[in-house]
Design a protein around this ligand. Structure first.
Ligand code: AMP
Length: 393
């Protein structure tokens, strides 16, 4: 349970409320005015609607893309206007007199969207003055940007020094689902961890050993484990400097009685490309010049058996190069396994969430996180700064 105050705990009537959302939605590569997946906007609507219905003047704030990209939130303003059934103007700036003048014109129930907050480098620097300027636009602050909660930026942490700060409903929902899934799960708890690098997931793997009954390891990171155990992995992804750590994780798992299954067979390619020659090989006997890019049928069957016995499944990271259609079968099949399973399914954002949504299984999952990095840091047991900064209950 979230031990932070939420929007329910404050009277917002006729108050200017600054709401940090995560509208960092994917845009079409050829047409940056088209949103390809609006899940993050849809998930923010509960808080926005609540504030509108309770008479707040709602000032929305978000980043989109990276600082250097200088992307516009115009497509988001358009989508918000459609969803709310009234115009949500995109203001010309984030801070300053012009923005203040626009906000002064607002009446209760109005909603405006500030310009992309990451156009200012001060945002990611959590700059004091910028935070104070941003906070001066409003009387109350609400953070609903779960996807950015692991970042201590001006609009997620800095502003909380100057305004009473509350959690929105999306943050509440995310923490509730992740906390239940990881800390008081219906057992057996099975974690499926994939993705490219062991190094980026060492701490989550280590922490998960304290929580899970079964750990299934796929994706590029599996090969560091396979090589560490003496396997022949061809040109597959491998972090030579992490071999010992990988063995350490396996030993720790034994000590804790956690069952670990690692990729047994792979579809390997003679090139890192969708159209490369593809062979099926044992994951510890991959021919020279070939790299494992997807899990094979035996692995899928073994993973499927564990999922069928699970009470809860947490999945983070693709089990193959899902960007290549010829090597996406493993990842898509895991999405289907979870969709068909009766286990509580928690998808940790990022690439795995994208795979589930693309395959059309969104409605079949119990929780799909809007935050890849944030959900990973939560699973690592880290305190998310954007949440720590909110008022305690
Ligand atoms: P991460 O951000 O660590 O979750 O990694 C996601 C990336 O892992 C995706 O871009 C995948 O293409 C990549 N990936 C998954 N499996 C493999 C593999 N067998 N070889 C190389 N890259 C992989």
């Amino acid at each position: 349970m979230l031990n932070k105050k939420t929007v329910r705990d404050v009277d917002v009537n006729n108050k200017k409320v600054l709401v940090r959302c995560d509208f960092n939605v994917p845009l079409d590569v050829n047409d940056k005015s088209l949103i390809t997946n609006d899940k993050r906007i849809i998930e923010s609507m509960k808080t926005i609607n609540y504030l509108v219905e309770n008479g707040a003047k709602v000032i929305l704030c978000s980043h989109i893309g990276k600082h250097k990209e200088m992307l516009s939130l115009a497509p988001v303003a358009k989508r918000l206007s459609e969803l709310l059934g009234k115009e949500v103007p995109l203001l010309v700036d984030v801070i300053g007199e012009n923005v203040k003048a626009e906000i002064d014109k607002m009446v209760t129930g109005d909603v405006v969207l500030l310009d992309n907050v990451r156009k200012f480098k001060e945002e990611e620097e959590n700059d004091e003055n910028f935070s104070e300027e941003l906070a001066s636009l409003a009387e109350i602050y609400v953070n609903d940007a779960f996807g950015t909660a692991h970042r201590a930026h001006a609009s997620t942490v800095g502003v909380t020094k100057h305004l009473p700060a509350y959690a929105g409903f999306l943050i509440e929902k995310e923490l509730d689902a992740l906390d239940k899934g990881i800390n008081s799960p219906k057992r057996p708890l099975v974690a499926i961890i994939g993705g490219a690098k062991v190094s980026s997931k060492i701490s989550v793997l280590t922490e998960l050993l304290n929580k899970v009954d079964t750990l299934l390891i796929g994706g590029g990171m599996a090969f560091t484990f396979i090589k560490a155990q003496g396997g022949k992995i061809g040109t597959s992804l491998c972090e030579e400097d992490r071999l010992e750590e990988a063995l350490g994780i396996l030993n720790k798992a034994k000590g804790k009685n956690v069952k670990v299954l690692i990729t047994q067979d792979v579809y390997a390619a003679d090139d890192y490309s969708n159209d490369a020659n593809k062979i099926l090989a044992k994951s510890d006997d991959i021919p020279d010049g070939y790299m494992g890019l997807d899990i094979g049928p035996k692995t899928l069957e073994a993973f499927g058996e564990e999922v069928s016995k699970a009470g809860t499944v947490v999945w983070n990271g693709p089990v193959g190069v899902a960007e290549f259609s010829n090597f996406a079968n493993g990842t898509n099949s895991i999405a289907k396994l979870l969709a068909d399973s009766s286990a509580i399914s928690i998808i940790g954002g990022g690439d795995s969430a994208a795979a589930v949504i693309k395959a059309g299984y969104e409605d079949k999952m119990n929780h799909i996180s809007t935050g890849g990095g944030a959900s990973l840091e939560f699973m690592e047991g880290k305190i998310l700064p954007g949440i720590a900064a909110l008022l305690d209950k």
